[in-house]
Design a protein around this ligand. Structure first.
Ligand SMILES: NC(=O)c1ccc[n+]([C@@H]2O[C@H](COP(=O)([O-])OP(=O)(O)OC[C@H]3O[C@@H](n4cnc5c(N)ncnc54)[C@H](O)[C@@H]3O)[C@@H](O)[C@H]2O)c1
Length: 354
């Protein structure tokens, strides 16, 4: 049955929600947007025009939007520090929640939101969109098929050239303390953990801001991880790289397994399978190229549909808020590691907020 949605936030990414993710799901009857809300009247006007909504459906007060319209769920696309305020309003009106990543701007708030949602008996999922992109989903299928055997090591590289002021979309990324970890690595560390297939046990992180990065906080970093199943992970990230070798959606991910190696680089997947020969020496480019999976919806377009299926009694979303606390833990434990210059026991760190 078509689900009624209140959409909150029509900023730089919220505009894409309106023009693409919501629109695609409106077109096939998955959802109906009953209202939009943003504290900025110009943003509301843009959302209204894009979605073709009447004035009565458009609000600059979040509270008013929820008080005026009956909805099955809301979509939250405001900066992380404002997620909780919107979640509170949604809970007060008995509305389920599909929220942009990260859950919140701090670990305390992430754990608090998960608790509030559980206590209220509501459903909430987080849009870890990159995990649900076509290329990463194909790689996941290769790894989960088990054909390459047990996973040993996962490596992820993100190198984007957004070093100039406002090149990373919105002002808050240029003024915040940890833009790489909170706005970038939140996806990449989540991907590494997903391919590792377990919760993170221990991590060590180092981050920095090169002289040429027009940001207040650190744009570059390296994180090493040990997962509870023994898999090791390495992440290298930069939002101020000189040449943008692995920009957004073009990341490099290499999964080393017992019987082979799978590499995703700039949306191409190649697989190397161990042969019965002495001292194997392959080079990138010599592997078996795989076609990407095909399906109608990817990214948040797919996640909206998955969320609706979950509300209808279908499978639980992979990114329910309680599980997604682990994605928050990866970034906030990394920040703690940088601050203390020490390795962090991630599950003890999560436990310290309960
Ligand atoms: N999954 C992805 O690939 C991806 C990409 C970009 C952004 N995001 C996420 O989307 C969210 C929004 O990011 P953005 O780049 O659009 O930010 P933005 O600053 O460009 O826009 C945020 C919008 O929220 C509005 N807003 C702020 N506080 C509000 C409140 N309390 N109530 C209602 N509206 C409020 C602002 O007026 C603005 O229009 C963040 O959580 C970000 O991490 C995700």
């Amino acid at each position: 049955m078509t689900k009624r949605v209140i959409h909150v936030g029509v900023g730089s990414f919220g505009r894409r929600w309106c023009s693409e993710f919501l629109t695609r799901n409106i077109a096939d009857g998955t959802i109906e947007v009953v209202a939009i809300a943003d504290v900025d009247a110009e943003a509301v006007a843009l959302g209204q025009k894009t979605l073709g909504l009447p004035d009565s459906a458009c609000h600059t007060s979040i509270e008013e939007a929820f008080a005026t319209h009956e909805a099955d769920f809301c979509t939250i696309v405001v900066p992380p520090e404002f997620h909780e305020a919107v979640v509170d309003v949604a809970i007060a009106h008995g509305v389920d929640i599909l929220c942009e990543k990260p859950i919140a701007a701090t670990m305390e708030a992430s754990v608090r939101i998960a608790r509030k949602v559980r206590e209220a008996g509501r459903k909430m999922a987080v849009t870890m969109s990159h995990r649900f992109d076509q290329d990463k989903t194909t790689l996941r299928q290769v790894i989960r098929s088990g054909k390459l055997g047990k996973v040993s090591q996962v490596s992820c590289r993100y190198f984007s050239d957004m070093r100039g002021h406002m090149e990373w979309g919105a002002l808050f990324r240029h003024t915040m303390q940890d833009p790489l970890l909170i706005e970038g690595a939140v996806h990449h560390l989540d991907l590494v953990a997903d391919f590792a297939g377990a919760k993170c046990k221990t991590l060590f992180a180092t981050t920095w801001k090169p002289d040429w990065a027009e940001y207040a906080g650190d744009t570059d970093g390296i994180v090493t991880m040990v997962f509870e199943n023994g898999v090791r992970g390495v992440y290298e990230g930069s939002s101020s790289s000189a040449t943008g070798l692995n920009d957004w959606t073009m990341e490099y991910v290499r999964v080393e397994c017992e019987n082979g190696t799978a590499i995703l680089n700039n949306r191409e997947i190649e697989v190397f399978t161990r042969q019965d020969i002495f001292h194997q020496r392959y080079r990138e480019g010599m592997g078996q190229k795989l076609p990407l999976l095909q399906q109608p919806k990817w990214l948040n377009t797919w996640l909206i549909e998955k969320f609706c299926n979950w509300l209808d009694g279908g499978p639980e979303m992979e990114t329910i808020v309680e599980k997604n606390v682990q994605a928050s833990a990866l970034i906030f434990a990394s920040i703690e590691s940088v601050r203390t210059n020490s390795a962090i026991e991630v599950q003890d760190y999560v436990g310290s907020f309960s």
